[in-house]
Design a protein around this ligand. Sequence first.
Ligand code: FES
Length: 170
Amino acid sequence: MSPALEHFDLKNPPLGDAAAQADVVDAILNGPETELVPLLQAIQSAFGFLPRDVLERLALSTHIPLARIYGVATFYAGFFFTPRGRHIIRVCHGTACHVRGSPRITDELSRTLGVASGETTEDHAFTLERVACVGCCSLAPVMVVDRRTHGRLDAKTAVKIVARAAEDGR
Ligand code: FES
């Protein structure tokens, strides 16, 4: 986390609160980061994604054209433009996982959570994603919930793991 953000409650980003957003952006701009990518990383760590109105404020404050900010941000896969869930579920769809059943896992999670792959639940609890090989094919099929890897899954077990993550509030 950027030291500039230490005084903010990042569990409750000030979405929709223009004054509070301005405070966060000012803190970031007064912090140690001066290059655009670290500034974007700090914004994403504060808000969980890159809200358009915050990027507009960044453009105004830095005199970097908004189009350039979007050009840089969209170049990197690690930046997001819509809110993400508190829990990120990544189901591996690499070849080994695919042939061992990851489509069934994604379908079941999608049905249970009520979101398609790439979407976030309405309560912002979960984001469901399909990803390429996560590097542990011998455990296929694999899913990663937050930072924890779960292997040799079936759809029923995957749903239980996600339910547990929700209960733990992790
Ligand atoms: S294909 Fe899923 S971990 Fe490699």
